[in-house]
Design a protein around this ligand. Structure first.
Ligand code: ADP
Ligand code: ZN
Length: 636
């Protein structure tokens, strides 16, 4: 058995490496540089933790883990302690004395993994410490976690990450491993350039998350849609609800709480203490629903988040994928649910238009938004589209050298809304042409552009005051769309905006001074008007169509297949775990995952030897908790 394999078993209690972990780990143990692109939940941590332990055993000294996640370092280090590894962190939450103690331990070679924030790494004091370690040959490895933070194209750009160039400049001989779950081509290229990883080996995993079910619903009454979704499918389970604005976060958390859901708000405008408290409760309590802005979530490694919901559309697919990826790290079924409507398209477009960024940057942002709109409007498999965005063909595992290993591309994943319930389609081509003609005609008649409501009124032949004011009943297209319902026309508009046939034009109201968005023809409209492209739309479905019966009480995803006796053992084990977690001030999953407790409950072990084989039961944990676990098992 290789040393990596024995560390995996003895320390972490896992039988086998997953996917490319083995290749990454041996490459890094041997001193190679690596860039690791792996989806959330893929198992990135082990890719540097196992090499850190192996290289420490070989006498190479400490591994420095650069991470932007100060609020999570305590738990990350706690998890390593539980596994019997000497780890520590340095960040602004430590007192002067505590900092000094860690520095002393670092100098004496006592630490295997040290977590630091990038701004700390870049202080002269810390760089001095690293110089000393390097001189003694005791600086083993740099692991740069969340490496996409170095790129302005990623959605978590941290200027402090730019300064990480110091790693290859000042410590050129120390190997580096950079890891991220975000990896569109642009971000990837940026990471490689910024961290000088051109010569590093690139390990690119499949980005598929097979246990996540993607669902994108048409937005109608989103608060109620969300409530129904949680009550029907995720009662009592942990989840995250992403909203665009802080105000919305607070409103929604309150509404959910009033409906009996254990919901909490989180956004960057809340006091630091409250944020930390809510994050801790999310990690430590069961079944908390966090209503949050994108300020929440990076590095949250809670394994049993059963759903991620978006009540507003994110900015791009990277953001959507990163956020939805926080569901189901434990590999058990989880949902990614989003409600999306015309207002999302309009808002996101406006935010780009109004941002102070340069035009070139805005163009990139518009392109990224369009890709997400395309996903939302899609009537075919969502997963295939998502993966295609990241350069992957579904069913074709990317190999290490970039050539596909398997030659079959598939057309269905069987685990997204469109695959599970293929939407009924209607041909919106005629409606789209009528809509575009109307926009053209009213503009021709008056030289002005109008908002969506007025265009629909003209198209449907409604005699409103505004129609009379502009004499639009005289326009040749007046009333030619009266066979279409308003929701149908809205869907057509959404898709025309998403595909670039329609654009938005800002107008200042003469009366009120308000700025509002009006519709105008864009480059893509020609092809639609000439009948060269078809407009396929999903049939609007009644919101109550879901056939899924509501779940009974909160069944635990990990324990769903256990028999009655094993269920009792599982419940007892969970109660025991909660006490241990509390006394160690750590989240429960750091002690044992649900899946580990479920295996124990099923196995009903009578001896330490039997317990040893359970996945997630490393040597240190067996030693610390084995006897207690057997006692709790015997209770049932
Ligand atoms: P990432 O950082 O890529 O999102 P993590 O490192 O948090 O993922 O790993 C996700 C989960 O998978 C963790 O709970 C981890 O313990 C588990 N895991 C990782 N590698 C293995 C493995 N080889 N065998 C079993 N479980 C693993
Ligand atoms: Zn699918």
């Amino acid at each position: 058995m290789s040393s990596a394999q024995s560390i995996l078993r003895a320390v972490f209690g896992y039988e086998q490496f997953r996917g490319p972990q083995q290749a990454i780990v041996s490459h890094v143990i041997n001193g190679g540089d690596a860039l690791v692109l792996m989806p959330t939940g893929g198992g990135k941590s082990l890719c540097y933790q196992v090499p850190a332990i192996a290289r420490q055993q070989l006498g190479h000294g400490v591994t420095i883990v650069v991470s932007p996640l100060i609020a999570l370092m305590h738990d990350q280090v706690g998890a390593l302690h539980e596994a019997g590894i000497s780890a520590a962190f340095l960040n602004s939450t430590l007192s002067y004395d505590e900092t000094q103690e860690v520095e002393l331990r670092l100098q004496s070679g006592d630490i295997t993994l040290l977590y630091v924030a990038p701004e700390r790494l870049n202080t002269p004091r810390f760089l001095g410490l690293l110089d000393d370690l390097l001189a003694q040959g005791k600086l083993s490895l740099f692991a740069i976690d969340e490496a996409h933070c170095v790129s302005q194209w990623g959605h978590d750009f941290r200027p402090e990450y730019r300064a990480l160039t110091v790693l290859h400049q000042r410590f050129a001989s120390v190997p580096r491993i950079a890891l991220t779950a975000t990896a569109d081509a642009l971000t990837r290229a940026d990471i490689i350039e910024r961290l000088q990883l051109e010569a590093a080996q690139h390990f690119i995993s499949s980005f598929d998350r097979p246990n996540i079910r993607y669902k994108i619903a048409e937005k109608k009454d989103v608060t109620n849609q969300l409530l129904r979704f949680i009550e029907r499918e995720h009662e009592g389970e942990a989840g995250v609800v992403y909203c665009q604005s802080r105000k919305r976060v607070e409103e929604l958390a309150q509404t959910l709480a009033q409906s009996g859901i254990n919901a909490l708000p989180y956004h960057a405008g809340l006091p630091q203490e409250m944020r930390q408290n809510h994050q801790d409760r999310f990690l430590r309590e069961e079944g908390v629903v966090m209503c949050a802005t994108i300020a929440f979530g990076m590095g949250i490694n809670k394994p049993d988040v059963r759903f991620v919901a978006h009540v507003d559309m994110p900015k791009n697919i990277e953001g959507y994928y990163q956020e939805t990826g926080r569901a189901g790290r434990d590999g058990l079924p989880a949902d990614a649910w989003m409600a999306y409507g015309l207002s999302d398209v309009v808002n996101q477009r406006r935010m780009i238009d109004e941002s102070p960024a340069e035009e070139q940057f805005k163009q990139v942002m518009r392109g990224k938004l369009d890709a997400l709109l395309g996903l939302a409007e899609a009537t075919d498999c969502r997963r295939i589209r998502l993966l295609a965005y990241f350069g992957e063909r579904y069913g074709q595992e990317p190999s290490l050298d970039g050539k596909p290993l398997q030659a079959v591309g598939r057309t269905h994943c069987g685990n997204c809304d469109n695959c599970l319930e293929p939407p009924a389609l209607w041909d919106g081509t005629d409606a789209a042409r009528k809509l575009l003609s109307t926009i053209f005609r009213v503009h021709e008649a008056s030289g002005l552009t109008y908002g969506a409501g007025h265009i629909m009124d003209v198209l449907r032949g409604k005699e409103t005051d505004k129609v009379a004011q502009f004499s639009h009943e005289k326009v040749s297209t007046f009333g030619i769309g009266k066979d279409y319902s308003e929701p149908q026309l809205r869907a057509v508009m959404r898709q025309l905006l998403a595909t670039g046939a329609l654009g938005l034009h800002k107008v200042v109201s003469e009366n009120s001074g308000h700025v509002f968005d009006t519709l105008c023809l864009a480059a893509g409209s020609r092809a639609v008007l000439k009948g060269e492209v078809q407009v396929q739309l999903r049939e609007a479905v009644a919101a109550s169509r879901s056939k899924k019966p509501s779940k009974k009480s909160a069944a635990n995803a990990a324990a769903i297949n256990l028999g009655p006796d094993a269920q009792v053992r599982f419940i007892n084990l969970k109660a025991w775990r909660a006490e241990v977690a509390k006394s160690h001030n750590l989240p429960a999953y750091v002690i044992f995952h649900d899946a580990t407790l479920a295996s124990i409950a099923e196995l009903n072990p009578q001896s330490l030897q039997e317990l040893q084989g359970v996945s997630g039961m490393g040597a240190k944990k067996l030693d610390a908790y084995g006897a207690e676990v057997l006692r709790v098992v015997a209770l049932g």
